[in-house]
Structure formats: structure tokens, C-alpha cells
Write a protein that binds this ligand. Structure first.
Ligand code: MLT
Length: 270
């Protein structure tokens, strides 16, 4: 007897890339909620979390290739929905441009396509040298916190700050320096955005002061099939700070992605 069965194997695979100097732990709310319905893969990028921290600058292309290597190791051959926050967004842009066949939908959270200005790149090198010299990034993290989180999180949900502080403090000086140096030499992707042909969702925290909504609006306008969602009451870590609103936007995007395919496959009654 051949039993009837349901199989969710075709459910979208969602790959989520964290920001600097965080880890996959920043996707805790997406793994818990969206992970019930979709396969969510959230790696620690090189130099972060439990992944290795090799010497040298971590280019965005290298980090993108690391993610493709992981997908190969997991035997994920079908194109995935790829999301990245800030530095993870730089990596996601690199991945979709280098390996377009591996991506069927793109989500860019609190990120930008422009490269660093020469002053910003110089500042990153100075920071990398200082972190390596002191063997600690505590001071760097302390200066980052008021800019990473939105005012609603800092005033009304301060308990959300501590877990991310702990993640940042566990990032090794070598990992921090490698990522800073890689971001400093990243390419300006603005001229490549028109080549992105997959449906794209650009998300930004309403109170993001690092990659503000004005920049997200420009990013969405430059990508052919992109739309913008502004996450209220959130700063630079929008999917972590306001997971209910971010998850709602993500799930609507995933549902929208699958609707045309599902109706295309529907057989006509005879
Ligand atoms: C991040 O959150 O990943 C950083 O703000 C990226 C950057 O420093 O450009």
C-alpha cells in the first residue's frame, strides 16, 4: 500500500547572517518562532560565536563563500532565502552577486550597499589595532551599545541589551580585528544592485542611527524587486529588538515568495 503523506521538504530554507560583532544568538527569536514552520540555518560567521577566528582580514567575499561551503556541507542544493543584518547584509550582498543561483529571495536588515569612506576605514584599522593590543574589546562594545539599540529598547526593555553584550564580549580580539579589517576593504555594491533579480525585502528599525531608514529607502529603490518595511520601536538590531514586528514582516515576505510557485503548480480540474 502506498500511504498518502505530507512533506514540508519544499518549505523555504532561510539562512540568517548576523551583524558585527555578534553571533547566531541574535536570531534567537527568529529561530524559536519562524523555525517552527521553515528550516532556518543561522551560522556564526568566521571570527564570531563558535566559529574559528583565523588571522587576517575577513573579506565579505570570503565570508559569503564560507556560507556557501556550509550549505554544500548540509547538502542544501536548492536556492535559499538569504537574510543578513548590517555586516551580515554586506555578506548577503556579496553572496547573492557571487552565487546568484543559490538565492531565491533576499532580506537585508539594517544594512547598506556603500563602502566605507577613507576616514571610516582608517577608524576601523585603528580600532582593530587597539583591540589586538589590549586583548579586549570591552571599551569598543561599551561605545557601541547606545548606537546599536533603539531608544525604546534602552528605555523600556533594557533586559534585552545584556544577552547581546555577553555575545559581543565573547567575540575574540582576533575575530573582531579580522571583521573590522574586512569591512574596511569591502566593495561599494551600489553599482551592482540592479543585477539583483530576486524578490528582496529591505527592513530597517525606525530608530536605527547606524544604517538609518533614509539609507534603507535608497537601498530598496535601487534593487529591482525590492520593498521596504520599517520596524517600529527598534534600532540597528531590529529583528532582535522588535521580533514580533520583524517576524511578521519576514513571514509575509516568505508567504508572498511561495504564492506564485504554489499557484503555478496547481493542476487544472479535468
Ligand atoms: C554591524 O552591525 O554589523 C555593524 O554596524 C556593521 C558596520 O560596522 O559597518
Amino acid at each position: 500500500m502506498q500511504l498518502a503523506f505530507a512533506d514540508t521538504r519544499n518549505a523555504p530554507i532561510l539562512v540568517l547572517l548576523h551583524g558585527f560583532p555578534l553571533s547566531r544568538e541574535m536570531w534567537v527569536e527568529q529561530l524559536a518562532t519562524i523555525g517552527c514552520s521553515y528550516r532556518v540555518i543561522a551560522p556564526d560567521l568566521r571570527g564570531h560565536g563558535e566559529s574559528e577566528s583565523p588571522d587576517g582580514a575577513y573579506t565579505m567575499d570570503e565570508m559569503a563563500d564560507d556560507v556557501v561551503e556550509l550549505l554544500d556541507r548540509l547538502e542544501v542544493k536548492q536556492p535559499v532565502v538569504l537574510g543578513g543584518l548590517s555586516m551580515g547584509g554586506y555578506v548577503a550582498l556579496s553572496l547573492v552577486l557571487r552565487h546568484p543561483g543559490r538565492v531565491r529571495g533576499l532580506m537585508l536588515f539594517d544594512t547598506r550597499a556603500a563602502a566605507d569612506s577613507p576616514e571610516a576605514a582608517k577608524g576601523r584599522e585603528e580600532m582593530a589595532l587597539a583591540v589586538l593590543r589590549e586583548g579586549s574589546a570591552r571599551w569598543m562594545i561599551e561605545t557601541m551599545v547606545p548606537r546599536l539599540f533603539g531608544k525604546t529598547t534602552l528605555e523600556k526593555h533594557p533586559q534585552r541589551v545584556e544577552p547581546m553584550l555577553a555575545v559581543m564580549e565573547r567575540t575574540s580580539p582576533k575575530g573582531i580585528a579580522g571583521a573590522l579589517r574586512g569591512m574596511a576593504i569591502r566593495a561599494d555594491r551600489r553599482g551592482d544592485l540592479a543585477r539583483i533579480t530576486v524578490p528582496t525585502l529591505v527592513l530597517v528599525g525606525a530608530d536605527d542611527v547606524i544604517s538609518p531608514p533614509s539609507e534603507a529607502r535608497e537601498l530598496a529603490a535601487a534593487i529591482p524587486h525590492a520593498r521596504l518595511e520599517v520596524i517600529p520601536a527598534a534600532g540597528h538590531l531590529s529583528p532582535y529588538e522588535n521580533p514580533a514586528a520583524a517576524n511578521d514582516a519576514i513571514v509575509r515576505f516568505l508567504n508572498h515568495l511561495d504564492r506564485p510557485a504554489a499557484s503555478g503548480k496547481r493542476s487544472t480540474p479535468t
